[in-house]
Write a protein that binds this ligand. Sequence first.
Ligand SMILES: NC(=O)c1ccc[n+]([C@@H]2O[C@H](COP(=O)([O-])OP(=O)(O)OC[C@H]3O[C@@H](n4cnc5c(N)ncnc54)[C@H](OP(=O)(O)O)[C@@H]3O)[C@@H](O)[C@H]2O)c1
Length: 232
Amino acid sequence: MPLALITGTSRGLGRALAERLLAQGWTVHGFSRQPDAWAPPGFVAQAVDVGDPVAVRSAVAAITAGGATIDLLINNAGAAAMNALLLTPPEVAADLIRVNYLGTFHCLQTVGKAMVRARRGRIINVTTVAVPLALEGEAAYVASKAAVEALTRVAARELAPQGLVIAAVGLGPVDTRLTKAVGAAPLARLNQRIGRPAGTTIAEAVDFLLGHALDPHLANGSIHYLGDFPPA
Ligand SMILES: NC(=O)c1ccc[n+]([C@@H]2O[C@H](COP(=O)([O-])OP(=O)(O)OC[C@H]3O[C@@H](n4cnc5c(N)ncnc54)[C@H](OP(=O)(O)O)[C@@H]3O)[C@@H](O)[C@H]2O)c1
């Protein structure tokens, strides 16, 4: 039975990704700071702050202790904030780097070591269409996800010889807690800009993400944006 580790499974896209993989027969481990009582068969939650490298190492060790190998890591845990650049509090910028970039870095590094030992594994990092659009009002968020994309490309080059495939998937607006603070008008404008005027449901976002994550021909280091973008 294949095994996936997904970060950010306490709600939103991470929860929906976990549900889909469980339905397909995967064993799924989930990290989030506040996992709830959701415990379907095949799902194992751990309370982990992905920005804490010691916590990440110990939680990954708990998964692999009995000899289990992780086939797929989805670095999904994330946070966002909308602020005019000149008014963004420094602590907001630091927090977004800590969760979005460093959280991805710690999980990729720790799980990557286990995958290198197994000489195979796949890692998908979740990014956003706001990066290629250089979206105004989201400078700190965009910068943190641009770092995730750069990490994806370098990791893919370094770890391809060890049998790993690493890519990123960039989503447009999806109705989760992450977008609750954003007004309907900016979300509609963004959906127009990416050629998806009707928006994207959580199920469609999961289809898009897992379509790439499970694609046997997924190109190492590739970045796939939902919507009208040339391939990156
Ligand atoms: N929704 C969108 O429109 C959209 C668009 C583009 C990209 N994305 C990306 O998609 C991903 C998922 O977002 P979402 O919309 O599902 O957001 P969400 O509903 O706010 O869920 C975020 C998840 O991340 C977890 N998380 C946050 N900080 C964490 C930390 N330090 N350690 C461990 N887990 C943490 C949260 O759990 P706890 O709070 O329990 O820790 C939660 O499970 C993010 O990377 C986001 O940037 C979303």
